[in-house]
Design a protein around this ligand. Structure first.
Ligand code: DQU
Length: 375
């Protein structure tokens, strides 16, 4: 089988062990560590493909559950798949829907065969199984698709977590069997196990034995403290093959991206930049700015004095504050553009620091300036 996804390890940072790599996909090759903007409903909210390209976005996300409901994976397939449908010719990754079922639908029943739940839009009864999740993703046509897993709530008891990861491993095997397009779409396994090292080891052992082309660390960024996430990564990423991509799902904020890269993660995704952008919060090199605050009413400087993005080169805090206060759509386009650009550029700086074997120094500098070290 010619795997459509290949990870090329370029070098490892001598200061931290972080990896500089290239992710080869059927829609291009992209440097890692990388941040992947989230476009749940086949659009990275308010941004055009051209804007995402000019920022340097390589792989973007879409979502099985949401596209299954609207417009329907059959319509996307008829359009020629997600790349044609949304006019994006670089990489696409679809999440499997497992997480959305657990985060969007309070009525759900998990059985061996799959999950019974309700459509979060109209209350209809729905059923999603490993086979169905893979069938939808085969129809959507993303370059990377995800196994159907259970993302247990945080915290969860050891007993609950043990039976959950064992079922997730059985589901992963069913996904491999159901995958109809293994030569065009790389199916990644998702390691679960919460904060329990023993269970993370068992989950990783099960999935690595199934030889996926890539692996995700799931079950994090679900409300646990950052030190718990970092500890789990410390004992989980070394269990994953060094020659395969490692993807930390749902992460995240600037500090978590840097700390995840230091612990061997290659791929990240998070709705944060566009989600907080929509309520007028922006990430800048000096920390977060809530643009609605009155202090910015007469501030004619850019959102971030150290940023060279379209927003920061052309508009002021006073103007953007005005647009956001007046609910002008252009306002959230400008904040979303800047926030996505900020995280993509942050990963460029992380890759450069790895090249120079100084990612720990970069972390220190960035945390100091952003204000993460403030007591
Ligand atoms: N924090 C997250 C975000 C997305 C996820 N998606 C899946 N399929 N599984 C998880 O554990 C996730 C965790």
């Amino acid at each position: 089988m010619t795997t459509p996804i290949r990870f090329e390890l370029i070098k490892t940072c001598r200061q931290t062990g972080a990896r500089l790599g290239i992710l080869h996909t059927p829609h291009g090759s992209f440097e890692t560590p990388m941040f992947m903007p989230v476009g749940t409903l086949a659009t990275v909210k308010t941004l055009s493909p051209e804007e995402l390209k000019e920022m340097g976005a390589g792989v973007i996300l879409s979502n099985t559950y949401h596209l299954w409901l609207r417009p329907g994976h059959d319509i996307v397939a008829e359009a020629g798949g997600l790349h044609a449908f949304m006019n994006w010719d670089r990489g696409i990754l679809t999440d499997s829907g497992g997480f959305q079922v657990f985060s969007l639908s309070e009525f759900r029943r998990i059985e061996e065969e799959g999950v019974y739940f309700r459509n979060h839009l109209n209350g209809d009864k729905l059923f999603l199984s490993p086979e169905k999740a893979v069938e939808i993703q085969n129809a959507l046509g993303a370059d990377i698709i995800m196994a159907f897993d259970e993302c247990p709530p945080y915290p969860a008891t050891y007993e609950y977590m043990k039976q959950s990861i064992e079922r997730t491993s059985r589901w992963a095997e069913r996904c491999l069997k159901a995958h109809r397009r293994p030569n065009e779409q790389g199916l990644f396994g998702i390691v679960q196990g919460g904060e329990y090292e023993e269970l993370r080891r068992q989950s990783a052992r099960d999935l690595v034995s199934l030889d996926f082309p890539g692996y995700a660390v799931g079950g994090l960024s679900v409300g646990e403290p950052k030190e718990v996430m970092n500890r789990v990564l410390e004992f989980t990423t070394p269990l994953l093959p060094a020659d395969k991509p490692r993807y930390l799902m749902g992460v995240g904020s600037p500090d978590s991206l840097i700390d995840g890269a230091i612990r061997g993660i290659d791929m990240f995704d998070c709705v944060l930049p566009t989600r907080i952008g929509r309520n007028g919060t922006v990430m800048t090199s000096e920390g977060r700015v809530v643009i609605k605050n009155a202090q910015y009413a007469r501030d004619f400087s850019p959102l971030d004095p150290h940023c060279d993005c379209y927003t920061c080169r052309n508009y002021t805090r006073a103007y953007i504050r005005h647009l956001i206060k007046c609910d002008e759509t252009f306002g959230i386009r400008l904040t979303s553009y800047h926030n996505v650009y900020f995280l993509i550029k942050l990963m460029e700086q992380v890759r450069q620091a790895i090249r120079e074997d100084r990612l720990a120094d970069f972390r220190e500098e960035f945390f100091e300036r952003y204000g993460f070290n403030k007591p």
